[in-house]
Ligand binder design. Structure first.
Ligand SMILES: C[S@@+](CC[C@H](N)C(=O)[O-])C[C@H]1O[C@@H](n2cnc3c(N)ncnc32)[C@H](O)[C@@H]1O
Length: 336
């Protein structure tokens, strides 16, 4: 862990607490999602150390265009984005990031911010302590002047509280993560974020846009099976952390386009009738052959649905940057 973080001790404390909380949260999720049909698990559960590692592998796959496309947009427009964030360049900038992961792309934005602002504070929030460690190490090496204030938390159940700050805040929510939530959940997350922002602050939102079905499905069902391994890791995690006995060879990865909901769905399909015990949750679950666990949705937007979501959450679009194919959008929004 790099030394320009708030305090190594604080991070250690947060990580230990997060591990305890994570076990309780996993048990709650298993109770919520596996006892009734249709079965589901929430996507934050993918991201233990192995899940975060597999996600990084996904981002390099030829089929997975979102990361590459978003990085290209940032590389072309980072300076314009920071400039559009606020006009008083002497002011300090606090960059809050929800679901920061390893911050592989955020460095581009932070680098532009250090050129334009007198002081830059980076406040990454993620449920994965391992991903956050990597984020702090890489940003600390790349940009030693940036102050780091990492926070291990589930931003849905424990939204970060923004302390008063003498400068602008840019809330960054990229990586198409907003797409993992239903329109109602997405609105609630953005409204919550909005409530912590002040006049002069802004939101930078990354969204994947509707495109042809074949491209979409391929991005979530790659030839090498990395996305399948990422999806199955949720069962491995329940085996490791809750003592479950999922036979992962008897579940297979499925990715499908749900046109009516405008979302890619990832499921784990049981290949036979089977019973799974989850001792830490005191549960036994009976799966029928072909029954699925819905593990992730990835909503795809149009300009219209994106505008409506931001409007409902109390934001006004200031500017949108996109790629030549208009596959992905980075939208800067101010407060209404
Ligand atoms: C799709 S990855 C995106 C990572 C990074 N922002 C990027 O653009 O590559 C989602 C990230 O959000 C984190 N995450 C998912 N759900 C979360 C939640 N409810 N609270 C906090 N972090 C979450 C995961 O650990 C993961 O690092």
């Amino acid at each position: 862990m790099n030394m320009n973080v708030t305090s190594d001790f604080q991070i250690f404390e947060e990580k230990s607490l997060a591990a305890l909380d994570a076990r309780e949260a996993l048990i709650d999720e298993v109770w919520r999602g596996l006892r009734k049909r249709p079965r589901s698990l929430r996507p934050w559960m993918f991201y233990d150390a192995e899940g975060s590692r597999l996600f990084e592998c996904i981002t390099t796959l030829p089929e997975y265009y979102p990361t590459r496309t978003e990085r290209d947009i940032l590389a072309s427009y980072a300076q314009a984005i920071v400039t559009a964030t606020g006009s008083d360049y002497s002011r300090r900038l606090r960059l809050l990031e929800l679901g920061a992961g390893t911050a592989a792309k955020t460095g581009i934005l932070l680098e532009a911010a250090t050129r334009l602002r007198s002081e830059v504070i980076y406040f990454p929030v993620d449920v994965s302590p391992d991903a956050l460690d990597e984020a702090c190490d890489s940003i600390g090496c790349l940009l030693p002047d940036v102050q780091l204030q990492p926070m291990v938390a589930n931003y849905v159940t424990h939204p970060p509280k923004l302390e008063r700050f003498n400068g602008n805040t840019l809330a960054t929510y990229i990586g198409s993560s907003i797409g993992n939530f239903s329109p109602e959940e997405a609105r609630a997350i953005l409204r919550n974020l909005r409530s912590g922002l002040r006049a002069g602050d802004a939101l930078l939102l990354g969204t994947d846009m509707v495109k042809d079905m074949a491209t979409l499905v391929r991005a979530y069902d790659d030839r090498d099976g990395v996305t399948a391994a990422f999806n199955l890791n949720i069962l491995h995690r329940l085996n490791r952390e809750l003592g479950a006995n999922f036979d992962t060879g008897c579940f297979r990865h499925r990715a499908r386009w749900n046109r009516a909901e405008s979302r890619i769905e990832m499921h784990l399909e049981s290949t036979r009738d089977q019973c799974v015990d989850i001792p830490a949750a005191e549960l036994s679950i009976q799966f029928a052959a072909s029954e699925t666990i819905h593990t992730e949705s990835s909503y795809k937007f149009t300009q219209k649905t994106l505008g409506a979501l931001l409007d409902d959450a109390g934001f006004t679009i200031k500017q949108t940057w996109t790629d030549p194919r208009r596959w992905y959008a980075l939208t800067l929004a101010g407060l209404q």
